[in-house]
Design a protein around this ligand. Structure first.
Ligand code: FPP
Length: 246
């Protein structure tokens, strides 16, 4: 069955977020080092970005490196940072061809200087594009983001710039890394694991979850089509009854 033809372009999720998992297991299965899995994972990143852009999805957020990933062996962290820099250099053309705007969320100032510089360059070169907003979560942890948000709000209250009564959901939203982005509609995790791992905890309040056994390096456009088709078959009630939705 041609799933792409069955996707309703008027009912696309506005914001798709992906936990790209399984690079290490993919490498192990092939008898390769973990680094080879990460390298192969960059092809899947390109496929997901192109596919989201082709479909007309507005926001794609990829969990590329978590705050907890700093605890991996130094050699693996170095490999991931180098891969980030080389991928940005290599894929700038893909981003421009697909009219993609690059952005980041996370503690970007904790990344190596080289990675920060390359990110700044690609962000600046793509800032006037009009298509898909691609956000890389780098040194990202949702709890860290929420703590940062609470601190910023407290400072404003302390300086009389904000009163406690003014702290509502919009106020919290506007202090998150994702301030100008819509909530996540569809959260995908590859590799068969079914957990959220400190990713966008506030923003997934009403997201639909889609888990697949595919390991991230094997993820292709048709897998994203499957996820979106599956999403479109669900009834999102946002706390209401089925009758109210219809
Ligand atoms: C999870 O697989 C993946 C990561 C921690 C890193 C994701 C990185 C990439 C896909 C490549 C580079 C990305 C960009 C944006 C250039 P894992 O290592 O946890 O796999 P495992 O659970 O099988 O060990």
């Amino acid at each position: 069955m041609d799933i792409l033809a069955q996707i309703d372009k008027d009912k696309l999720p506005q914001h798709v977020a992906i936990i790209m998992d399984g690079n290490g297991r993919w490498a192990k299965k092939q008898g390769l080092l973990r680094a080879a899995g990460h390298k192969k994972g960059t092809r899947a990143v390109r496929e997901a970005v192109e596919c989201a852009a082709e479909l007309g999805i507005k926001h794609l957020t990829l969990y590329a490196f978590s705050t907890e990933n700093w605890n991996r062996p130094k050699a693996e962290v170095d490999t991931l940072m180098k891969l980030l820099v080389s991928s940005l250099k290599k894929e700038i053309a893909t981003l421009q061809d697909n009219d993609v705007v690059l952005g980041t969320i996370g503690a970007i100032n904790t990344l190596p200087d080289k990675a920060q510089r390359e990110l700044e360059e690609v962000i600046s070169k793509t800032q006037n594009n009009k298509g898909l907003k691609l956000t890389l979560a780098l040194s990202y942890g949702s709890r860290e983001e929420i703590v940062k948000t609470v601190q910023e709000i407290c400072i404003k209250v302390k300086n009389n710039l904000l009163s406690p009564a003014e702290i509502d959901e919009d106020c919290v939203n506007s202090h998150l890394y994702t301030a100008n982005m819509p909530d996540v509609d569809l959260l995908i995790r590859t590799s068969g694991e079914q957990r959220v791992s400190n990713f966008l905890l506030w923003q997934i309040a009403y997201a639909e979850f889609y888990f697949t056994d595919i390991l991230w390096p094997d993820f292709r456009k048709h897998h994203l089509h499957d996820a979106i088709y599956n999403y479109q078959k669900r009834e999102r009630r946002f706390g209401k009854t089925s009758e109210q939705i219809k």
